[in-house]
Design a protein around this ligand. Structure first.
Ligand code: SAJ
Length: 420
């Protein structure tokens, strides 16, 4: 078995890096997390976590107490570097790889030969080779695999994460993984790290195919959600209940239409298709169109509320997270809806209910007409109930509480109570 005496450095302690660090440490490795946010580093060194993910706090406490997981803002020397930093896009939907580049350039001075560098962040095709080139720029004394595939000093691979937030710890272990090396040996070395904890199948390929496979997974989902969202518009136009239509169609053995909603959020599905569109702008026509369909949804919800809310009305906005039963409000269509309502209807009193938040997200904080409220009070005070996220607490709501209210249910959970 490969020895990892100097341990594993995980760069980026977010929704992927932190659980990955915890699982690696729980499988006996010495892991050091590196993050630019001092609050994240301090929390981890205290054995606490800064994100909501089932059972993560327990595992982190255990491995920190055992001395196998530590953190710092500075890069440390290690045998393996796992890069799990954000890869957003800039204004015109072009991929922004600056965090990957910073990580690569920070790792480079510590390399002494024979290390393994794994890129886990979702990236456009060619990014793993670019990471290798950034390291080569910093270390002309080393042979990097993009230029010296026959005998590199350092091994580099892409191993995209594919865990579902809310199920991260289970899926880290049980999901199949794709491992793409810049050379076959790079892939084999990366696979042997994942074999320590992955129970699913590990498929070996080249780095660019692994990069593209990851983008395809999330784009497949985005295009299918766009289909459901477009059906919602079509059914609305025809006066039909889209949820009933989808339920009926899904009885066909080869049909599985997804669910419409207020848009697609999170930092993955709403982002990754743009990486394909940027890499092949002429060819990726359907992919771009699907993004546009999904991005148009929040405004359609705003228009619907605008149509039912009288001047000065109080609107209970249920849910701000990007999907049910998580605390993550990044790229959340629910936040976009509330923000646009706050701006376009300053007469409305918007009571945001988010069981997973202690304060409003930064995007909503500046608006005087938005406050964070608890569910019972918001329902009591509201004229309009706008359901944005189907958190369990909202699904189980007593329908009697919605009587005499205008209801706009963007998730179809209170069918029969809906007016919008
Ligand atoms: N959504 C709908 N209708 C649906 C399903 C989802 O509107 O029928 C919306 C959700 O409300 C949410 C968004 O789509 O706003 C995305 O939610 P999700 O649960 O589909 O996916 P994510 O973003 O939490 O995680 C995805 C997963 N990818 C796939 O399922 C192909 C996960 O496995 C990836 O690891 C993750 O992206 C990632 O990090 O890339």
């Amino acid at each position: 078995m490969t020895s990892y005496e100097r341990g594993v450095a995980v760069i980026g302690l977010g929704y992927i890096g932190l659980p990955t660090s915890a699982v690696l440490a729980d499988h006996g490795l010495r892991v050091h997390g590196v993050d630019t946010d001092p609050r994240v580093v301090e929390a981890l060194n205290r054995g606490t976590v800064h994100i909501v993910e089932p059972d993560l706090d327990e595992v982190v406490r255990r491995v920190v107490d055992a001395g196998r997981l530590t953190a710092s803002a500075d890069m440390v020397a290690a045998d393996v570097y796992v890069v799990a930093v954000p890869t957003p896009f800039v204004d015109d939907h072009q991929p922004d790889l600056r965090h990957v580049e910073q990580a690569a350039r920070a790792i480079a001075p510590l390399l002494r030969g024979d290390e393994l560098v794994i890129l886990e962040s979702t990236c456009p095709p060619g990014s793993t080779a670019r990471m290798s080139a950034w390291i080569a720029e910093e270390r002309p004394d080393l042979r990097l695999p993009h230029e010296h595939p026959e005998s590199p000093d350092v091994h580099i691979a892409h191993c995209p994460e594919r865990v579902l937030p809310g199920h991260t710890l289970d899926e880290l272990v049980s999901n199949d993984r794709v491992v793409g090396g810049l050379t076959p040996e790079c892939g084999r070395r990366a696979a042997s790290l994942y074999e320590l904890f992955v129970e699913g199948e590990i498929s070996l390929t080249d780095a660019a195919s692994a990069e593209m496979a990851k983008l395809v997974e999330n784009t497949f989902r985005d295009v299918n959600i766009a289909f459901a969202n477009e059906l919602a518009e079509v059914c609305d136009h025809l006066g039909l209940d889209v949820w009933q239509v989808i339920e009926l169609a899904n009885h066909h053995p080869r049909v599985q239409v997804l669910q419409p909603g207020p848009g697609v959020g999170g930092h993955c599905i709403a982002v990754d298709p743009w990486f394909i569109a940027a890499a092949a702008p002429e060819q990726a026509r359907l992919i771009r169109q699907a993004r546009e369909v999904n991005d148009a949804r929040p405004q359609q919800v705003v228009d619907r509320v605008d149509g039912v809310a009288a001047t000065g009305a109080t609107v209970a906005c249920l849910g701000l997270a990007f999907k049910p039963d998580v605390d993550d409000m990044r790229e959340s269509p629910a936040v976009t809806v509330v923000q646009r309502l706050a701006e376009s209807r300053p007469d409305l009193h918007l009571l945001a209910v988010e069981p997973y938040a202690e304060k409003l997200p930064a995007a909503l904080a500046p608006y005087d007409n938005v406050v964070l409220d608890d569910l019972a009070e918001a329902l009591d005070r509201s004229d309009v109930v706008l359901l944005l996220v189907h958190h369990a607490a909202f699904v189980d709501l007593d329908p009697a509480l919605l009587e005499d209210k205008q209801v706009v249910d963007t998730r179809g959970i209170w069918r029969g109570s809906r007016t919008g």
